[in-house]
Design a protein around this ligand. Sequence first.
Ligand SMILES: CC(=O)SCCNC(=O)CCNC(=O)[C@H](O)C(C)(C)COP(=O)(O)OP(=O)(O)OC[C@H]1O[C@@H](n2cnc3c(N)ncnc32)[C@H](O)[C@@H]1OP(=O)(O)O
Length: 416
Amino acid sequence: MATTHANTAALIYDWNEKERTGPLLRRAPRFVDESIRDGIQSPSVRDPSIEQKMELVRLMDRMGVQAVNLGLPGAGRRAQEDVERLLRFIVEEKLRITANCAARTVASDIHPIIDISQKVGVPIEVMTFIGSSPIRGYTEGWDNERLKKHTHEAVKLGVDHGLPVGFVTEDTTRSHPKTLDVLFRTALEAGAGRLVLCDTCGHATPDGLRNLLNFARGVLRSMDLEDTVELDWHGHNDRGMALVLGLYAFEWGFHRVHGCGLGIGERVGNCSLDLLLLNLFLLGQLDPKQHDLSCLVEYVEKISEATGVPIHPSYPLSGRDAFRTATGVHAAAIIKATKTGDHDLADRVYSSVPARVFGRKQEIEIGHYSGRSNVIFWLREHGYEPSDELVDKVFAFAKAQDHTLTTEEVKAAIAG
Ligand SMILES: CC(=O)SCCNC(=O)CCNC(=O)[C@H](O)C(C)(C)COP(=O)(O)OP(=O)(O)OC[C@H]1O[C@@H](n2cnc3c(N)ncnc32)[C@H](O)[C@@H]1OP(=O)(O)O
C-alpha cells in the first residue's frame, strides 16, 4: 500500500495534533462490524446472500476488524442458517475475526446461539440486549425488577454454557444512572465480560459520551473489574454525530467501537466503519501490519452491491465525486501539481484524503464552473491537441450548460 510523501507533508501545517505526533490512544483501537446484523435492519437494505456475507466477512478480516456480529439467530431459520454457515466459513478460512451474535434477554434468542456454537465447536460471544431507558421501560410496561431478572437470567444462561457474554443496554445514553448501576452490577455479577454502551437513538453529544463512560468506569472500579471487563461503544447517526463520537470513544478509552460499512443501519444508520478506519489511519492510529486498508473502497462497494444501498456521490473516499473536480480554481491547482510529476502533491493539494493511497485518483471534468485549465487538461488526457480555437469552443459550450459535461457531450462540442 502506497504511503504519502514526506515532502508533501512538509507543505501542510497540521492543526490535527495526533496527525503530527503519532499514536496517542491508550491502546490499539478494535472494531466490531455490525453491517450484517444492525446494518441489515434498515428497511431500505436488502439482506445479502450468504456468498455476499462471506465475501464481506473476508474483507472485514483483511482490514483487521477484530469482530463481526453475524446476526440475531432468534429471528428465525434463515438467520440461524446464515450464522452457522458464516461461523463455519470463518473456521475453514482460518480468519482471525471473532464472532458475536445479538439476542434479547430471553432464552429463546440465546439457545440458538448456544446450539450453533456447540455444533461448530467455536465460541460465539452472546451480545444480549435490553432496553434500559425510562422511555423504553414505560412503553413496554417494564420495571427495574423485571429488567434485573431478565439481565441476570440471560447473562447466566450464556455464561453457564461456557460462552463469553457482552451485556448491551439499549438506549444507554438516555438511561437513568440508578437503573444502569443496577443492571451493570447484575450483569457483571452473573459473569458478563463486556458492557456495550449504546446510543441506540443517536442522542449523545461528546460530553454525554464522556459522562457515560466515566460512570461505567466508576461501576467497574467499584467492583475491581476495570482491568478485566471491556467497554464497547455502539452509536447511531440520528444527529449526524456517529462518526465523531466513534473517534472520541477511542480517544477517551473504550476498547471497541461498533460500526457498519457505508454507515448503513437502523433508521439513519450506524457509525460508518469505513470512515472510522479511514480517519484512524489518517490520524496515524492504526498499525499497518494489522490493518490492510487497500481494500477499503472495495469493502464499501461490496456493501453497496450486497445491500442495494447506493454510495452517495459525495461520500468520503468511496463516492464518485470524492476525487472528481470540475471547478476551475481547484482544477487549475490540481493540474499544476500533476505537472510536477509528484502524484502525492496532486492528490493532496485539494483533498485531505490522499486518493492514491486507497487506489483512487484525481479526475478533472468540465462544467459551467470550469476554467480553461479544465478544458486544456481534459483535451490532452483524451488525445486532442488543445488549440486556442478548440479550447474556446468547448469552454463556451460548457459555460452555457447547467451541469458537468459527460464525455459524449464534450466530444459533441468538439465535433460541433
Ligand atoms: C440491539 C438492537 O438493534 S434491537 C433490534 C433487534 N433486532 C430485531 O428486532 C430484528 C429481528 N427480530 C425479529 O425477527 C423479531 O422481532 C423476533 C423474532 C426477535 C421477535 O418476534 P415476535 O416474537 O413476533 O415479537 P415482536 O417483534 O412483535 O416484538 C418484540 C418482542 O420482544 C420483546 N422484547 C424486546 N426486547 C426484549 C428483551 N430484551 N427481553 C425480553 N423481551 C424483549 C418485546 O417486549 C416484544 O414482546 P411482546 O411481543 O410480548 O410485546
